[in-house]
Ligand binder design. Structure first.
Ligand code: FE
Ligand code: FE
Ligand code: ZN
Length: 274
């Protein structure tokens, strides 16, 4: 059975998210670990987590994905901002230790004109420091659209980061369909070729999750504007191929489309119907 869910608001806690997921036909979900613009996380509610874990087990929810705030930047120019990113990610990961099967996704960052080489160094330095704590959670680098000086715009960039992480056994990649398409990877006409390239450069074994988003813009536009499934430039046919592909279908899929819960429910039903 397809493992699919969408991005949910974490404001009411884990049990509430679990129930919401079940209501819309999802068996996984993604959430922001704190306000996506940064700031303090809510106090950890262990009672809520315990109730959630029991509910998740009963309802077959698994492999949920925590998303770091998108304002973090592991390769910022300002050392204070890099330190803030490191501290926030450590705090997120120590909280996630209470949810054994959760994974943690983050945007590699923007090198802000310091150059991709500097970006790769800062990101891998931070991951090496994080690894020093021995967190059990699998950390995922997200493939990005390459807007401005955004890192993760190519499989090679992600590979370079992974190569410089001493222990990369808990390091994976989350492939965002809108981002890779905007980044110039033609998943519409050449899905097989793109996956072969991913395999050759990074290795499909690193691929741990997929963000399912259509794109408002053309191939290679480097824009990153998500669209509802089937209503953008990627189109329904490509999503059919993606969720049925033997290398992808065992992975958890997360919708980050511009939708309310009822829209997500329809998209989940649509994708399950393929
Ligand atoms: Fe993201
Ligand atoms: Fe994404
Ligand atoms: Zn995006």
């Amino acid at each position: 059975m397809l493992r699919i869910g969408c991005h949910l608001s974490s404001s009411k806690g884990f049990l509430a998210m679990g129930k919401e997921a079940v209501k819309i036909g999802a068996n996984t979900f993604q959430f922001f670990t704190r306000n996506p613009r940064g700031g303090n996380a809510k106090k950890l509610d262990l009672t809520d987590i315990e109730a959630y874990l029991k509910y998740a087990k009963e309802h077959g929810i698994a492999q949920i994905l925590a998303h770091a705030p998108y304002t973090l930047n592991a390769c910022a120019k300002d050392p204070g901002l890099r330190e803030f990113t490191y501290n926030t990610m450590c705090d997120d990961l120590s909280r996630l230790s209470h949810i054994p099967d959760a994974m943690y996704n983050f945007h590699p960052g923007s090198h802000v004109k310091q150059g991709a080489e500097m970006g790769i160094q800062y990101i891998s330095d931070m991951l090496n420091r994080i690894n020093g704590h021995g967190y059990a959670t699998c950390i995922l680098l997200e493939t990005m659209a390459g807007k401005g000086t955004e890192m993760g715009r190519s499989f090679e960039e992600l590979r370079s980061v992974i190569d410089r992480v001493e222990d990369s056994s808990r390091l994976g990649v989350c492939l965002d369909t809108c981002h890779v398409f905007d980044g110039g990877y033609d998943i519409v006409c050449h899905l097989e070729k793109v996956l072969a390239e991913f395999d050759a450069v990074i290795g499909l074994g690193r691929l741990k999750a997929v963000h399912l988003n259509d794109s408002k813009n053309d191939l290679g536009s480097h824009k990153d504007r998500h669209e509802k499934i089937g209503e953008g430039k990627i189109g329904l046919g490509a999503f059919h191929a993606i969720v049925s592909h033997p290398s992808l279908k065992p992975l958890p899929f997360f919708l980050e489309t511009p939708n309310g819960l009822d829209g997500y429910q329809r998209e989940i039903a649509l994708l399950r119907g393929f």
